[in-house]
Design a protein around this ligand. Sequence first.
Ligand SMILES: Cc1cc2nc3c(=O)[nH]c(=O)nc-3n(C[C@H](O)[C@H](O)[C@H](O)COP(=O)(O)OP(=O)(O)OC[C@H]3O[C@@H](n4cnc5c(N)ncnc54)[C@H](O)[C@@H]3O)c2cc1C
Length: 387
Amino acid sequence: MEHLKAIIIGAGMGGLTTGIALQQAGYQVEIYDRVRELRPAGAAISLWSNGIKVLNRLGLGRAIAQVGGQMDYMSYYSATGERLTSFSLQPLMEQVGQRPYPVTRTELQQLLMAAIAPGSVKLGAKCVEVEQDDDSVTAIFEDGHRATGDVLIAADGTHSVLRNLVAGRGIARDYVGYVNWNGLVPMSDDLAPKTHWDMYVGHHQRASFMPVGGDRFYFFLDVPLPKGTVSSPDQYRQELTTAFQGWADPVQRLIQRLDPNTTTRVEIHDTQPLTSLVRGRVALLGDAAHSMAPDLGQGGCQALEDAWVLANYLKTTSLGVADALQRYELARRDRVANIVNLARKRSDVTHGKDPIATQNWYDELKQENGESIMGAIVKTILGGPLN
Ligand SMILES: Cc1cc2nc3c(=O)[nH]c(=O)nc-3n(C[C@H](O)[C@H](O)[C@H](O)COP(=O)(O)OP(=O)(O)OC[C@H]3O[C@@H](n4cnc5c(N)ncnc54)[C@H](O)[C@@H]3O)c2cc1C
């Protein structure tokens, strides 16, 4: 279809990537976000090869390679520092044809913003309602402003208000059962080798270092806790010191070096897979369509896949917007449902939902030579649209 106008709600990585793909397809794009200043929540993100391939396809390959971390090896250690397994990620890259890039969220956002036509993103615009008829769709904002187009993409994140409209019912977010602290620390050999993704696992907890650009590690620390456990930055170090007491030296150093004021602490939630991703001229995209546990590092990658698939159906078909969105739903629904479910399973095993299964996993890691871990990641990557 030609000459479409797209209204995108949400200027996160899903909304911005969709905006870029639609602008490159020749469409007029308006992106609205409720915040007055775009500041991504969380420190960094690992973009696996399926997500990077979408960026490559949009001409952003060189830009992401410049800010991404060089992650060449993966290692698991026990809580006390015994090496369980360590292997090169080269076979994975050869199988899928693209290396993954861990990247800071700020740099990813800057890169996407630089690729959007100037003036396309409007801030301080909270969408509260959507109206549609046979010819158009209109977003209505809290201040009464209205924006009308041919298609509306709801990329309004995990707390999406538009998700309920598409689903026709209230969709609850479910607590996955653990709290995640994440942030950035300067790279240092006494934390982890600079091209390694190192993970310490034990007691249903996890501590991890991943290289990002600018000689920094993206770290995260997971602890199963009851929902609603109250904390504040001045308590983080003590909370983590207690939770990780007796863990290996790199984990202790990390807890001492992290800056609590720039560390994010988040209770991890997901949503049950949705049966509808579209309604008429409205399409859900990214976390609005599929909030998942971050245990596969796929939430953002799936948003990028969504963006590419949606833009393609709009561009390559001619039976109307609603028809193109149906095709998007058909292409994406099972793929994302499967990944939401896999991520929840991975989270349950890592965080001790069934302690015997978690102990079995710790034991399996001692036998692991990389094949089965990389095999699972490759399968997820190659299940994407640019395989
Ligand atoms: C701890 C953690 C680690 C993660 N690690 C990874 C990883 O390694 N790899 C990976 O691929 N994914 C990861 N993810 C998932 C990833 O962060 C998300 O999938 C991704 O950010 C979703 O992007 P989005 O654009 O859909 O939503 P968001 O980035 O949440 O953007 C939504 C935007 O919509 C705006 N908005 C909301 N409501 C309205 C409204 N009513 N009107 C206007 N604007 C609105 C918000 O202000 C926001 O800017 C992780 C998530 C967490 C929590």
